[in-house]
Write a protein that binds this ligand. Structure first.
Ligand code: ATP
Length: 247
């Protein structure tokens, strides 16, 4: 069987500025009355610049860098969420991304119904979701609330359900934006154990985190990103030291 990999070659990604360049009626009136300067046109944000990266099977890649460096953008680009402007992105292997855990939740539907909706969004088939349903319900530990609309859940209960669904099926390539610590103390311990299992089962792990000790513990390769480019790539201890010296 072919090995998994992620390959980005000279990728450029922009966030379009037109979203922010629109003026509200209030801003127009204030500027007409000369109470406020007319809004300056903003440029597109060039978030990944001529970005090349190859990640091979067996690699547990940590991504570090200052706020706004482009770490989350890179993760979402690998997940195929953001369209790239130029260059190429090739991914071999089934991706499981654990961000936007509650994406696709419908507040008026029950926990059980939401397992189906979210599972379908994660690319599962109805029969595979049904197979995992009891295990998800058991892990979330919501008792009879599983048949209540999720509008009635506390925020901790929602997190439990979202976490249980998103981590019920492992993928070959695991993309993580910070390791999720979910729920109260008893659930957090279970969640941590499950996360460790998923991370060690994954054929490729890509982990974005500001927690350098976790990066050191989990990863066998680290890249540091600055202004949408890799400035250092290598062994965790070397790249972490380089990053710390840059602070
Ligand atoms: N939805 C968006 N629209 C416009 N610009 C964005 C958007 N998301 C991120 N950016 C910009 O893209 C750049 C990279 O942001 P990104 O979120 O990838 O950084 P990050 O390294 O993950 O930061 P942090 O450590 O703060 O989470 C920043 O300049 C940010 O302002």
């Amino acid at each position: 069987m072919d090995k998994c990999y992620i390959n980005l070659d000279k990728v450029d990604l922009y966030y379009p500025s037109h979203i922010y360049n629109a003026t509200t009626l209030k801003q127009e009136i204030f500027s007409l009355l000369k109470l406020q300067k007319k809004k300056e046109k903003l440029d597109n944000v060039h978030a990944l610049r001529n970005f090349s990266l190859k990640v091979n099977e067996g690699e547990k890649l940590g991504i570090i860098g200052h706020n706004g460096a482009g770490k989350s953008t890179l993760l979402k680009t690998i997940a195929g969420i953001y369209p790239i402007k130029s260059g190429s992105l090739k991914v071999k292997g089934e991706i499981r991304s654990l961000f936007d855990l509650a994406l696709g939740f419908d507040l008026e539907s029950t926990g059980r119904e939401n397992i189906m909706y979210r599972g379908l969004l994660l690319g599962e088939t109805p029969s595979s979701i049904k197979k995992h349903e009891e295990e998800i319900i058991d892990f979330a530990g919501l008792g009879e609330f599983i048949d209540y609309p999720i509008r009635s859940y506390s925020s901790g209960m929602l997190v439990r359900l979202a976490f249980a669904i998103s981590t019920s099926i492992s993928g070959e390539i695991l993309l993580l934006d910070e390791i999720i610590g979910a729920g109260d103390a008893s659930f957090a311990a279970k969640a941590k154990e499950r996360m460790s299992g998923l991370m060690s089962e994954a054929k490729i792990l890509v982990l974005v985190s500001h927690d350098l000790s976790t990066i050191k513990e989990v990863c066998n390769r680290v890249i540091m990103i600055k202004q949408g480019q890799i400035v250092k790539d290598g062994k965790p201890e070397d790249v972490i030291k380089y990053y710390q010296n840059s602070i």
